[in-house]
Design a binder for this molecule. Structure first.
Ligand SMILES: C[S@@+](CC[C@H](N)C(=O)[O-])C[C@H]1O[C@@H](n2cnc3c(N)ncnc32)[C@H](O)[C@@H]1O
Length: 233
């Protein structure tokens, strides 16, 4: 199986997720683009967001995903994240019902309690997807959905670009990045008991190129992908 290291063209120094996001937290919301995740979530036909009574937001970061869910009418959202710096900003945003410092693979949240489990832009930090999908399945109530938005493996392979940020020092820092092919998601999620019910990809298009003109050569390549996994009711 190929790994990200086989494609890495940047060779930035790499740190673990908690260290990296603690460092990125103060500038994160200014650098992340809604086209990567919120715009993709808006295109999904399911779940019916306003009918989701209780959501688990895994890798909740500064609360961007939680804020988006609130705007769709989701009223109870429990968030977990490993980075204290990101959680502090999520607390200030106030979109979540509860917030806890925990790993997405062992959240400590109640089992069978959520009709939505969501994780946006986090799975590239996990070496193996099985523990994530297994924990998501444990949290899920009958009929639940699990929505996963991922940095697209094709984009990672074409650009050789890890998830990274540039601190004040000006030297970019990569945050532990793992390559997961689409088939790895399907195998791990199916093995955990999920069924794939929708999938959508965000492409580098005109809207992207207005924000990132230097990516013109990448027009048409998929940048992110959203999976909707479901359980029978
Ligand atoms: C790119 S941010 C995405 C945050 C938010 N979902 C959003 O869309 O803005 C990735 C988040 O995942 C968190 N994270 C990475 N690995 C994690 C893990 N194993 N357990 C919990 N959180 C993790 C990071 O600390 C970071 O806040």
């Amino acid at each position: 199986m190929p790994t990200f290291a086989d494609f890495d063209r940047r060779n930035y120094p790499m740190v673990d997720a908690a260290t990296g996001y603690d460092g990125w937290a103060p500038t994160y919301d200014r650098t992340v683009m809604d086209e990567m995740d919120s715009a993709l979530l808006e295109r999904l036909r399911r779940p019916e967001w306003a009918r989701m009574r209780r959501a688990a937001d895994l890798g909740c970061g500064t609360g961007r995903t939680g804020g988006w869910l609130r705007a769709q009418g989701v009223s109870h959202i429990d968030g977990v994240d490993v980075s204290a710096g990101m959680l502090e900003l999520a607390r200030a945003r106030g979109a979540h019902t509860t917030l806890a410092q925990a790993d997405v693979r062992e959240t400590g949240l109640a089992g069978g309690a959520y009709d939505l489990v969501i994780a946006s832009l986090i799975d590239e930090h996990l070496p193996d997807l099985t523990p994530f999908y297994t924990e998501a399945r444990r949290l899920a109530a009958p009929g639940a959905h699990c929505v996963m938005v991922s940095y697209h493996p094709q984009f990672m392979m074409v650009t050789g670009m890890p998830t990274h940020y540039t601190p004040e020092s000006g030297v970019p820092v990569a945050i532990s990045t793992h390559l997961h092919l689409i088939g790895e998601h399907v195998s791990a999620a199916l093995a955990a008991g999920w069924v794939l019910t929708e999938m959508a990809e965000a492409l580098v298009d005109d809207a992207w190129l207005v924000r990132k003109p230097k990516w013109a050569e990448l027009r048409g390549h998929p940048f992110t992908v959203a999976f909707v996994w479901s359980l029978p009711g």
